[in-house]
Design a binder for this molecule. Structure first.
Ligand code: CTP
Length: 400
């Protein structure tokens, strides 16, 4: 969502300025072109050179700097931006914007822009609770500015309360949300992610290498595009994306129950989970002790959840995944047809950058109408958005 977008990162003065450095890193990593504007007091905490080095662009500090005005003036900055992101936004900055004051480069550019403005506030908790600040934030929201709530915790001034700058990852996700098309607004999406675990005994289980990253990236992107998202997840180390409702499961049987429970309400189902095809016939009550030279474990078939969903598909959009090591297209096409899918995402996990537990993927989309789309290596969030572009169209086409 941020790839190729121009973001003006406005930094105002507070101890949280150092976290804006991390935010800048995340923005550039996500593919954004970032121009930083710093207020005078922000420069007391971190030097412009830090932001300049990490953004690869000159940092703007002064409204009346002839050189900066000539290179890229404040109006041009305001015009070029796809997004204005103010982090940290102090109570002072928020107050000035709310009152229409434009007395430095940052406030002047914010006033002059038609781009969406997202503010990530940071201040002392008493300042946050002050009715004047509360009125200002309400006013800005009424004018269509996007304001995050500050986080709660221990503040730099020693106070405990609400006023901390939200986590940079959370600000990044909010920035993606602001820029995302809302083409999935009002629709219910059910997504599965991660591996399943099939228990052998109280200390052992069968599983696979799935990290859950692909499914979680789809859940985050779908939420940013306005969908109500239920994520049914096998065991992973990932945090649940903002605004997503997550049901944690362990075995394939548990995943099946959770998916069927939410299937009725779903408009779209995306099954990115790597479900174990077999489970031990018996789960030993006690730890299996070492005995002979060989141990034979008898397995029985797990239900194929997606095939079952395909049988009772109705007007839903159904998407599956096929992670293969050989004959990619043939295997994926067979699954697409057998499970009554609208689209299947196929990837050859033997290719570098396309396996489990990496942040990238190399995919092909096979459509029910026979079309095949091939993509180069992309970040998993880019794959997620490419997939959702197609899913949104399928969803709209199926609506009465
Ligand atoms: N799937 C499922 N339930 C299963 C197995 C798979 O819902 N018991 C879903 C996966 O979430 C994925 C798709 O079916 O979206 C394909 O999964 P995959 O494991 O690649 O294929 P299988 O049909 O299990 O076939 P095989 O293991 O023989 O490749």
């Amino acid at each position: 969502m941020l790839q190729g977008k121009t973001v003006v990162l406005g930094v105002s003065g507070g101890i949280a300025v150092y976290k804006a450095v991390e935010l800048l890193r995340l923005l550039t990593k996500a593919g954004a072109e970032v121009h930083v504007v710093m207020t005078k007091s922000a420069q007391q905490f971190v030097t412009p050179l830090t932001f300049q080095t990490l953004s690869g662009n000159p940092v703007h500090t002064d409204l009346f700097n002839l050189y900066q005005e000539q290179e890229i003036g404040h109006i041009s900055l305001a015009d070029r931006a796809d997004l204005f992101l103010l982090a940290p936004a102090t109570a002072n900055l928020i107050g000035k914007i709310a009152q229409g004051l434009a007395d430095d480069l940052l406030t002047t550019s914010v006033m002059a822009t038609k781009a969406p403005v997202l503010l990530a506030p940071a201040m002392n908790s008493n300042m946050y609770e002050n009715p004047i600040y509360q009125r200002n934030q309400k006013l800005l929201r009424e004018y269509g500015y996007h304001l995050l709530e500050p986080a709660t915790g221990e503040l730099a001034c020693g106070w405990q309360g609400q006023g901390k700058l939200p986590d940079p990852e959370l600000i990044l996700s909010a920035a993606k949300s602001v820029l995302a098309p809302k083409d999935l607004f009002g629709c219910q999406i059910l997504i599965t992610a991660g591996p399943t675990r099939e228990e052998l005994d109280p200390v052992r289980y069968l599983t696979n290498y799935s990290s859950g990253k692909m499914g979680y990236a789809i859940a985050a992107a779908a939420r940013q595009r306005g969908a109500s998202v239920t994520l049914v997840s096998g065991p992973t180390n990932l945090s649940v994306p903002e605004g997503v409702s997550c049901v944690s499961v362990c075995s394939a049987e548990e995943m099946r129950s959770a998916v069927l429970e939410h299937y009725e309400a779903a408009d779209i189902v995306i099954k990115a989970a790597a479900v174990a095809d077999y489970r031990p016939v018996r789960r030993a009550e006690q730890k299996i002790k070492k005995s002979g030279d060989e141990l034979v474990i008898e397995l029985e078939k797990n239900p194929d959840i997606l095939a079952e969903l395909g049988e009772q598909k109705g007007a839903r959009v159904l998407v599956g995944f096929a992670a293969e090591t050989e004959r990619l297209l043939a295997h994926a096409a067979e699954k697409l047809q057998k499970k009554h899918l609208d689209l299947i995402v196929a990837n050859d996990i033997t290719r570098e950058g396309a396996g489990f537990d990496v942040d990238t993927n190399i995919v092909r989309f096979l459509h029910a109408d026979g079309r095949v789309e091939e993509f180069d290596l992309m970040g998993k969030d880019q794959v997620a958005n490419q997939l959702l572009n197609r899913v949104a169209l399928l969803y709209q086409a199926k609506r009465p």
